[in-house]
Every structure is written in C-alpha cells, then in structure tokens.
Design a protein around this ligand. Structure first.
Ligand SMILES: [Zn+2]
Length: 232
C-alpha cells in the first residue's frame, strides 16, 4: 500500500502502519510527546530554522517574556546562517536535531536518515556540546527502526502535544492559533511551531498574543530539557 503524507498533521492520523505506537514507546522514555508535571511550564519548539527573517523575531519576543525554547534546526541551514544559530544559543535557548536536509523517512529510508542525523549532530555539537540530544524527525515520520537509530546516536525523540496541534505552516490565522493554544494550555505541553521553511509571519503574530496571555495565566516558557527536569 502506498500512503502519501502531505504534511505534519498526517503523522497522528495512524494511517502509516509502520509508525511508532505511543502506548508502546512512551514508557521507554525514548520518545516524548508532552510531560506530566505539576509545574505551570510549557515548552515552545520551533522547527525548520534557522531563518534570517523569522528566527530573530522569535528570539526578540522570547526575550521580552523571559522565555526559553527549543529550536529543531536543519543542518544545511545552520551552515548557511551560523550567526543566527549563535543568536539562538546566546539567548539561552536549546538546539535540537531536525536532520541535515529535512527529508521524510518514508521516502528517504533508514540509511539516509542515519547520515542526516549524524551530519546535523556534528554541527550542533560545535554550538552546544555535552547537552541532552533531542531529535525531531522531519514531518514527524518515525518508525521503530529510525527510533532505534536515533537512540544509538545518543538521541531522544521529541514529538509534540496533539491537543496543541496548530499546523502553523498552513497559516490558519494568528488569532485562531493563539486562541487554540490559550484555550488548550496544560502543564507540560510541548507546542510545535515553525520559524523557518516558509512564510512564518502568522506564527510571529500568534506568539505576540500567546506569550502575554499564558504568562498572565502563570505559565513559564521553558526548553524541552527544562520541562523534562520538572517531570513527575
Ligand atoms: Zn520540519
């Protein structure tokens, strides 16, 4: 059977037979969707950067709200925009591995993904040595073989809270996205956003609404590593 996935949102449609099963892998601690915590903490994650247009805007907003985040960056873009990567790290944020060129595993295959992870890892280690290694598979495509490969390379896999699925890349409107996040916010959420890979102006506008609203509700914005430290 050939199954075509157009986007991230297809990941949890369960139509891809080989996909990892949350119930099976979550207890191993190798894959994180969200975190059980009593602390009012939320992890914002930004994929597909660095972008010279949008990443600095995200960083300025995060700074304004004393927020830390995790940036799942693409290796070849890190090579093109090293000064943006440095800004991310200097802002106290965390880098995650989002492969070297952003291929989807269901098309690229395991051998290619092995290289994609290790090549991006070499770049990340230059900026951020000796930290927890987080991998987010492009498009959310991950089967057990890729999971084991990521683990072999010292990584844990981070997906995202499904109840906070925004599809910001489809540009549904900044207010729509902000309302969704604010209404559904729970302790330990991991929220998937994008600071690269296309027009992210709505994501920026949504952040301008989300950050003050959730701060007012008492939430603190932290990196995935910081969120994991608060795990019950
Ligand atoms: Zn991506």
């Amino acid at each position: 059977m050939v199954v075509f996935f157009c986007c991230y949102s297809c990941f949890h449609s369960n139509s891809f037979a080989e996909m990892i099963k949350r119930k099976q892998v979550e207890p191993t601690g190798q894959v994180v969707w969200d975190v059980a915590t009593k602390k009012k903490m939320i992890a914002l994650t930004f994929d597909d950067g660095p972008s010279p247009t949008y990443t600095p805007q995200v960083l300025a907003l995060l700074k304004e709200y004393n927020a830390h985040a995790t940036f799942f960056q693409v290796g070849d873009k890190m090579e093109r925009f090293p000064y943006i990567v440095r800004q991310v790290v200097q802002g106290g944020h965390e880098l995650g591995n989002h492969s070297m060129t952003h291929p989807y595993e269901n098309k690229a295959g395991l051998e290619r993904m092995r290289l994609e992870i290790s090549q991006a890892d070499r770049i990340i280690q230059k900026y951020q040595p000796n930290r927890t290694k987080w991998f987010r598979p492009p498009g959310g495509y991950i089967d057990n073989a890729l999971l084991q490969e990521a683990v072999k390379q010292g990584y844990k896999v981070v997906l995202w809270s499904y109840h906070q699925e925004l599809k910001d890349w489809s540009m549904p409107g900044a207010q729509v996205m902000a309302n969704h996040v604010i209404r559904n916010a729970r302790n330990g959420d991991i929220i998937l956003l994008h600071d690269g890979g296309g027009n992210r102006s709505q994501t920026i506008q949504a952040l301008k609404i989300i950050l003050p609203a959730l701060k007012q509700k008492g939430y603190q914005f932290v990196s995935v590593s910081e969120l994991m430290e608060s795990k019950e």
